[in-house]
Design a binder for this molecule. Sequence first.
Ligand code: SF4
Length: 476
Amino acid sequence: MVILAPMPGHKVHIKCFGCQMNKLDTALVTTALMDAGFSLTAGVKDADVVLINTCSVREHAEARVLSHLGHLKHLKRQKPNLIVAVMGCMAQRLGDKLLAHEAVNVVCGPTEIPRLVDLIGEALERNAKQLAITPEIRRENESHSASLERFESAYGRDGVDDGSVPGQAFVRVMRGCNNFCTYCIVPHVRGPEVCRSPQAIVEQVRKLAEQRVKQVTFLGQTVNAYKYRAGEKTYCLADLLSLASQVEGIEWLRFVTSYPSAEYYDEILAVMASSEKVCPYLHIPAQSGSDRVLHAMNRHYTAAQYLELLNRARDAVPGIALAGDFIVGFPGETDEDFEATVKLVRQAQYRNCFIFKYSPRPGTAADRWHQDSVPAEVKQRRNVELLAVQEQISDVLSRQFQGQTVRVLVEGPSKKAHVNPTDGADNPQLVGRTSGDHIVVFNGPLSLAGRFADVHITRTSPLTLFGTLAPAPALR
Ligand code: SF4
């Protein structure tokens, strides 16, 4: 690896597509770029480097990146020294095909991000194309692991504006995935499951708490599968939550995304029930309510087993907020299969549900084995129908908050202009979230960003609660 001198004065514009894993990777790379002397710019036209973190989970996500690269191609004709770097899942999936794009100078897969700053430095100095993808993605060797761990643990340094929401941070507890759900590209681009040591994770949580972070979200593709053997003890996610909840300054702990599996499930629920710091929220994708489709997706549970897990969660943690994910239009999904999904959504009574139309991902088993047989208009109809079912459920659940006072962690100004964007004083419309992940919109001083506030709920919609700052907000 070439270690380049710091590169002060270069401005970098960063655009991030995709999930929380990508947001965390972007924050890690931002820290590394700042350390190397780069500064951030919000404008593409001011930038010396444009860095795009990409997502491959759906065709649509890749199409958005390609369209963005199309715009950058024109910009580069006016500004030939502009360096365009592409990182993330799409970089790993497409590799040199992406490097051949007229706009692109650097392509770097997710498991190669410790090298990214050097690659950008090389491209700036020599104007030569740079490629870093992991050829044997199904194995992670020790030096690779050590380099990723060093890179990861640098995150959380004071004074670095990495674009995170004030008072909140993600901490990765594991990389990759071993599950190979047939529709999913993740194991093909992020490699096998590798769990970080509990010591490294807790140390990072401590460092973040010192930077006034109040909420930490543990990230893993199957976060509840976290398992780390140290001497005689095997640590699971419940142990991590217990250890992190002892860190002074950390008030809320979350974790995403859970796979519907019974292993360690009761232990995790027990910590959630007993610790005020572990938020009563579980994001646990079902993907389908049809056993036939679940089998074809290589998901290792039936609809009945899944519902039994939800019942156990409600018994152990009364009032727990549940969220699910579904794919409609998986190859071969019949009307009967879809009806089974609708039935499951009604039974599950999720607080919120993320619904996606199946899109074939090259390289996955579903793409190799099955025709994308469900017509686009049928996928669209099923998507709309399932969203409507969920909206009714969310609406009823939201109404239960009417008249209540809820505690929220304030994120900052609301991005959507709802009614009453400002109340006339210096009180813009703010957005925060409850421990159950309910979005709450209210007016208040900007200084609340990153702090807790109590909000009296006066109005509800299916996905948002609206309210007023309680008279004596409890600030911590
Ligand atoms: S559990 Fe399945 S859907 Fe989730 S990342 Fe792994 S392969 Fe993809």
